[in-house]
Design a protein around this ligand. Sequence first.
Ligand SMILES: *Cc1c(COP(=O)(O)O)cnc(C)c1O
Length: 268
Amino acid sequence: MVAYMDHKDLANQSISQERAVQIQDGINRVMERIARSEQRSGRQEGSVTLLAATKTRDVGEIMAAIDAGVRLIGENRPQEVTAKADGLIEACRERGLRLGGDPAESRVAGFHLIGQLQSNKINKVLPYVDTVESVDGLDLARKLASRALARGLVEGILLEVNESGEEAKSGCGPDRALDLAYELADMEGIRLDGLMTIGAHVDDETVIRRGFSHLRGLRDTIRSSGESGTGSCTQLSMGMTGDMDYAVAEGSTIVRVGTAIFGPRAFI
Ligand SMILES: *Cc1c(COP(=O)(O)O)cnc(C)c1O
């Protein structure tokens, strides 16, 4: 167990009306921000999906986001997935929603894993998350694929690329991304839906945008390669609270936003 999980009951379902309104306001502000960025960069309205990054938030807070219109959530840690999943599934069911699946379908809320996954945790998350955004190597991909096959599933994945080269970050090197993507795309049991990156931790717009733009170039190369299984490689998960406007301008299709929706995290 991660120490911070002792501070908060992540399965808690009931939050104050005031907190629910805060979260709803957060969602509304972020949706407006996305719409403005889409418009400014000449992109079609609604082409960017908001993923609520829900680490450290409890079931009640996450359901407030879903009630405000969010249809895609992302957790970082397998332990948080398992602590919240049953409560989330039940609360979604009460609202006529199924948790896990393609949010483009009506009545579905997508559930992604956006943080690092160790192979001994694969079986913990597979029953719940429909997509693992943080696949960054062959070993993890192979294990994920075989566990998914054993369950009769095809798991969605994104290949995480470390565009900034910052050492603290996970993700494969940009120079390895194409070869890796072609191998993953061809594996049974997983479906390569696109690429993911975390923006450079700097203030320089040019540097941040260069990483996003490079990721888009990789996605375009993969998609037009004609290699087996690359037809589904359409998504670009990039942009967080601090850099989502740049990411939308560079072609992001999924922005992963926590702080701008829920406020600052009390821990982690
Ligand atoms: C926490 C997290 C986010 C959201 O970050 P904010 O700055 O709070 O918007 C996005 N992506 C990943 C992988 C994260 O861990």
